[in-house]
Design a binder for this molecule. Structure first.
Ligand SMILES: Cc1cc2nc3c(=O)[nH]c(=O)nc-3n(C[C@H](O)[C@H](O)[C@H](O)COP(=O)(O)OP(=O)(O)OC[C@H]3O[C@@H](n4cnc5c(N)ncnc54)[C@H](O)[C@@H]3O)c2cc1C
Length: 464
């Protein structure tokens, strides 16, 4: 243990729990304060989505502390998207059949893993405890005194207030971070914005079959794209699927308008007939589960001297349409650990933490902003474009070209999801450039007929 160095982490969610392992492995004494009860004792919701997609940046975060194999045991690999087209099916490209279209995420070996949020969070806490991390539950952070590095917590059960002074505080308390509030209220020129989508989400369930199997293919993410809204489904280990309906809050077709069982069932039967047949508890779930909102949070700076640093959603809350919020937070842990590793004197308990925190936020802020932008753009792609034959053709051309010239072209989705050597900000700017090229290619005469021709290949090569 590095002499007398006590670190406080606020929030034992996914990022706080992983960060605690990184810091404990570096020899610090880490205590994590969490406002909820211990998830491992109370089978309650772990907050927000029931399951999430874990991809390469997230895996890199887990590999960094050697726990990827343990996590893999609770994940289900998804190799691509299965699009459930509306009946009658959208016009198909040559060689495609029926009302379902499969779109691989990337190359054969590339997959995103569906993991239970609660299951992953519990596992991370179990592993952290093996490294002597201490977790204290029902402790809500109410205030952080930046000058004295003191965090105040109110215990939900006893109402007791504790004031905890430590050497450093890490704020991983999510989108509505109390740690961030300290920066907002007690520092000059703290920039902050939050913006909500007009759409929210509601979770529903596709049951296992009577024989206890998955009701649909479990190796893909299922999407019912419907223009202004969509339904998605990710598989769970218990052979159910958690479906998420992303839907407008208000308007003619909205959570507000589908306010009776009859209206809701009529609408679902029109839009998602094949899913409804697999959802025996649809009506109960729809009215029991509240619609939740989706926000993008941008702020800066993320640190105060050598005393406080924000990571994860507390620093960069994003909408979930690229499946990157947690992955980005796990990458934060890798980047911070890398910077700590570059300061050898820290192993003796010394070192310039102010510099580390500054370097961290300077490096990560452009990436947080980039993934926030990409996430909003991907919402439009998922709910609208994935059912558009022109868009599908464009993706085929990109995949074909990238197959022939892997050193020259990586599709945007693959750059964001699988290229852990590439920053989000770089993926965003390369993606914009590639999109400009593809616009010109898609405008070529008879592109539908010659999309895999040498002429198209040469044209792209000319523009790169
Ligand atoms: C519908 C939906 C689907 C998503 N799907 C994906 C996906 O597929 N892939 C992906 O990578 N990301 C996904 N995300 C994003 C992902 O959920 C977040 O990015 C991730 O949870 C961030 O982790 P975090 O630890 O920073 O914050 P959180 O997970 O929000 O954890 C914060 C923790 O802090 C605690 N806390 C809050 N306030 C206090 C306080 N005052 N005092 C003490 N403790 C406090 C909370 O109880 C919580 O335990 C999705 C998000 C949503 C909403």
């Amino acid at each position: 243990m590095i002499a007398n160095k006590n670190f406080t982490i606020v929030g034992a969610g996914l990022v706080g729990s992983l960060l605690s392992i990184y810091l404990a492995k570096r020899g610090y004494k880490v205590t994590v304060y969490e406002r909820r009860p211990d998830l491992r004792k109370n089978r309650m919701s772990a907050g927000r989505s029931i399951n999430l997609a874990l991809s390469d940046r997230g895996w890199r975060g887990l590999e960094g502390v050697g726990i990827d194999d343990e996590v893999r045991k609770i994940g289900i690999p998804m190799k691509g998207r299965t699009i459930h087209n509306l009946n009658p099916p959208i016009p198909l490209l040559k060689g495609e059949k029926g009302g379902l279209t499969f779109q691989p995420y990337g190359k054969d070996h590339q997959a995103n893993y569906s993991v239970s949020r609660g299951g992953l969070n519990c596992l991370l806490m179990d592993i952290a405890e093996k490294h002597d991390v201490k977790f204290l539950f029902n402790e809500k952070c109410t205030h952080v005194d930046l000058k004295t590095t003191t965090a105040s917590f109110e215990n939900f059960e006893t109402k007791k207030i504790s004031e905890i002074k430590s050497d450093r505080i890490f704020g991983t308390d999510g989108v509505f971070s109390a740690a961030r509030m300290a920066l907002q209220t007690s520092t000059d020129r703290f920039t902050y914005s939050q913006s909500y989508l007009d759409h929210g989400y509601k979770e529903l369930t596709i049951a296992a079959t009577k024989s206890g199997d998955f009701a649909m293919s479990a190796d893909t993410l299922h999407i019912w794209p419907r223009g202004n809204f969509m339904l998605i489904a990710l598989p769970n280990l218990d052979k159910t699927f958690t479906c998420t309906l992303f839907f407008p809050f208000e308007g003619e077709i909205s959570f507000a308008s589908l306010d009776t069982k009859e209206k809701m069932l009529k609408f679902f039967n029109e839009m998602f007939a094949d899913a409804v047949a697999l959802m025996p508890t649809l009506a109960e779930d729809y009215f029991a589960n509240a619609a939740s909102s989706l926000a993008t949070i941008r702020c800066f700076p993320w640190s105060f001297e050598d005393k406080l640093l924000l990571l994860g959603d507390a620093a960069h809350g994003i909408v979930p349409f690229f499946g990157q919020g947690m992955n980005c937070g796990f990458e934060d842990c890798v980047v911070l650990d890398g910077l700590i590793g570059l300061t050898p004197s820290l192993s003796k308990g010394e070192g310039d933490w102010t510099r580390i925190f500054k370097e961290f936020e300077t490096l990560r802020k452009p990436d947080g902003d980039a993934i926030a932008e990409l996430a909003i753009e991907n919402y439009i792609e998922m709910r609208d474009k994935v059912a558009d034959p022109k868009f599908l053709l464009q993706k085929k051309i990109e995949a074909c070209f990238s197959e022939k010239h892997p050193d020259k072209w990586t599709p945007l989705y693959a750059m964001v999801t699988y290229r852990t050597d590439m920053r989000y900000s770089e993926a965003l700017s390369k993606g914009k450039r590639q999109e400009e090229i593809m616009k010109k290619i898609m405008a070529m005469k008879d592109i539908e007929k010659k999309w895999d021709s040498e002429e198209v290949e040469k044209e792209i090569l000319k523009m790169i």
